[in-house]
Design a binder for this molecule. Structure first.
Ligand code: GLN
Length: 194
């Protein structure tokens, strides 16, 4: 089992540490050659960061199409925060308004970016995650999932807003499990989505 971690920008190193603790081998992906000249990956992690920057770098690096082909062929993926935004089919900015497609757009969800406003830019809480129980959740200028379309299973909510969901072998969280010591959400992904 080998996972690839998209390492164009953002909190990719923290996911690497979580995977180390779970004993899952992994390498970082920055350019097409990283995917072409390494052993095939069984899963892809899309970290938090800035989704617009990551989207641009995905296109410019030529990784976009390669990754899309793999996702469409059923490769498991786990996106956190900005990673969730990349996976969303529909993305709205904080004020609502125009809907655009996430840079990869393979998950049937509508996401609102920077959804908690300035006051609540960053916060920490603990809520139930279906199949796991209460987990610590760290939000940093986070999105939430405004709509989960057919086939999407809702896994967690905070104040009524959807913050984790799964569609077949794609898992997306608005919070950052890689920034807490709790490894259960990562473990959930590898045990349930592969
Ligand atoms: N606000 C960021 C975005 O819109 C996401 C924040 C994060 O990944 N912590 O892309």
């Amino acid at each position: 089992m080998t996972a690839g971690i998209l390492a164009l920008q953002g909190a990719f190193a923290e996911h690497g540490k979580a995977l180390d603790q779970l004993g899952i081998s992994h390498f970082e992906i920055r350019k097409p050659a990283d995917l072409e000249f390494n052993p095939p990956i069984d899963a892809l992690i899309l970290p938090g960061g800035e989704s617009t920057v990551m989207g641009k770098l995905l296109r410019e690096s030529g990784l976009s199409d390669l990754i899309l082909n793999k996702l469409r062929a059923g490769m498991p993926a786990f996106g956190t925060c900005a990673g969730l935004i990349l996976l969303a089919k529909e993305v709205e900015n904080s004020e609502g308004g125009a809907v655009s497609a996430g840079a990869l757009g393979t998950m049937d969800i509508r996401v609102r970016r920077n959804a908690y406003g300035r006051q609540l830019g960053s916060f920490h809480t603990e809520e139930g995650f279906l199949g796991i129980g209460k987990v610590p959740m760290t939000f940093i200028r986070a999105p939430y999932i405004e709509k989960a379309y057919e086939d999407v299973e809702i896994l967690a909510r905070v104040n009524g807003k959807i913050v984790a969901a799964r569609q077949k072998n794609q898992l997306a969280c608005a919070f950052h499990p890689e920034l807490t010591k709790d490894l259960r959400v990562h473990r959930y992904f590898f045990e349930n989505c592969l």
